[in-house]
Design a protein around this ligand. Structure first.
Ligand code: AMP
Ligand code: ZN
Ligand code: FE
Ligand code: FE
Length: 283
């Protein structure tokens, strides 16, 4: 049995490492299977796909999509989708634009609080990758407004502090539909600290295929609770380290440590292969 990590980020979104550097690191941690799940982009995955065999790593297609559910931003993980599927690619393009518009609005909120930060410098920090709040945090740190990422989120960037900022992210229904139409599977990211039990049930009813049971934010009892729930509902079990780079987030030490047994990968593949077969029969 090998180790899998189905939740990692590269510099195509808010991670520090290039896809190649991440593969190198994954190899050094003896991972057999990897999914790069950047925020709303598969550019890092597509780069890694070409070279993953050189590292002896099996790479699944992956992406972490921000979706709107009851006006809340939630994270969904999509896996094993057809990476050339047009509606899926279009969804990600729209998400990229939604991220930019949202960052413009966030910068306005920060400016109104007297902070000297501008949108162009946040975009430059993202360096062509998909922009996100961690890029704004880096600038606030550099300018001395806060001492670290955690403080940046507590004081300025949490969803609580940015409540007035409206976003154009896709709805959960659209994300689930488009992912399944691309023969992908969809899992609820890091549910542990975010939702009540009732909310998790409502989210499952939306048509999720799986739950991210294994995540650094889950202690052992949370992990057990979600694993039992997934089994009882016949849902896929997914998991990973949510690695963003070196010292960037509290989860970063967990690459190679918070892992998923690779027997779960077969179930994920089977679910999306079944989706492909059903489409073929219908056609
Ligand atoms: P965004 O993509 O703009 O919604 O930002 C989400 C990302 O911000 C997450 O993937 C984390 O990398 C990071 N993040 C969210 N909350 C925190 C926090 N409290 N401390 C540090 N990083 C955070
Ligand atoms: Zn992130
Ligand atoms: Fe997330
Ligand atoms: Fe993540």
């Amino acid at each position: 049995m090998g180790k899998a990590d189905l939740h990692t980020h590269t510099n195509a979104s808010d991670g520090d490492l290039s896809p190649e550097e991440l593969l190198e690191k994954a190899k050094s941690k003896k991972l057999k299977t990897l999914a790069i799940t950047d925020h709303d982009t598969i550019k890092g995955y597509l780069k890694a796909k070409e070279i993953a065999p050189d590292f002896g790593i099996e790479l699944l297609s992956g992406v972490e999509i921000t979706a709107l559910w009851n006006s809340k931003e939630i994270h969904l993980l999509a896996y094993n989708f057809d990476d050339e599927d047009h509606p899926f690619r279009n969804l990600l393009l729209k998400q990229r634009t939604a991220r930019k518009l949202r960052m413009q609005a966030i910068v306005e909120v920060l400016n109104a609080q007297g902070l000297d930060i501008d949108y162009e410098e946040v975009l430059a920090e993202a360096n062509m990758g998909n922009v996100g709040r961690p890029h704004a945090a880096s600038i606030l740190i550099r300018k001395g407004y806060v001492s670290g990422v955690a403080e940046a989120f507590i004081r300025y960037l949490s969803s609580e502090k940015l409540k007035g900022v409206r976003t154009n992210y896709a709805s959960i229904d659209e994300v689930i539909r488009v992912t399944k139409d691309a023969n992908g599977v969809i899992s609820l990211a890091h549910p542990g600290r975010l939702y009540s039990d009732g909310e998790v049930f409502s989210l499952i009813e939306k048509g999720l295929d799986g739950l991210e049971c294994i995540h650094p934010s889950h202690n052992f009892s949370t992990q057990r609770k979600f694993t039992a729930l997934a089994k009882s509902r016949n849902l896929l079990i997914t998991g990973g380290s949510d690695y963003h780079g070196t010292g960037k987030s509290e989860y970063d030490p967990y690459l190679g440590i918070v892992t998923l047994g690779d027997q779960y990968i077969e179930a994920i593949k089977r679910t999306s292969e079944n989706r492909r077969r059903i489409v073929n029969v219908v056609n």
